[in-house]
Design a protein around this ligand. Structure first.
Ligand SMILES: [Zn+2]
Ligand SMILES: [Zn+2]
Length: 112
């Protein structure tokens, strides 16, 4: 507290400017990093992204009805694809069961 009180208004002004520049730079860096990540994700998971796009499209226009989680009946279920080449073939799992499901799948894959 005392330190800040002793700063002159000019110093305060300069501090604020530096801070603003820093924040702006941070935001830009972050943005670039995010879109780069996003792009890589999209390239690596092209089929997955496309399957999700198709299922979301069909949910939005009412062709596919959201179902509750098949394990716990939670209404906040997410569409899970067993096979991304069959985008309309989904199971409904809530966030936790969805995560669990993928974990168990990768464990099975590791065991093979
Ligand atoms: Zn569930
Ligand atoms: Zn899934």
């Amino acid at each position: 507290m005392k330190r800040i009180e002793r700063l002159t208004s000019r110093q305060l002004e300069r501090n604020r400017e530096t801070d603003k520049k820093y924040q702006r730079k941070k935001r830009l860096d972050n943005k670039g990093w995010k879109s780069q990540q996003n792009l890589e994700y999209r390239i690596k998971n092209k089929e997955k992204v496309e399957a999700q796009r198709i299922i979301n499209y069909n949910i939005n226009n009412g062709k596919i009805k959201r179902m509750p989680c098949e394990s716990c009946n939670s209404i906040l279920a997410q569409a899970h694809h067993d096979n991304y080449s069959k985008p309309l073939d989904v199971r409904w799992l809530c966030a936790s069961h969805h995560k669990l499901f993928h974990l168990s799948v990768s464990v099975v894959e590791l065991q093979i």
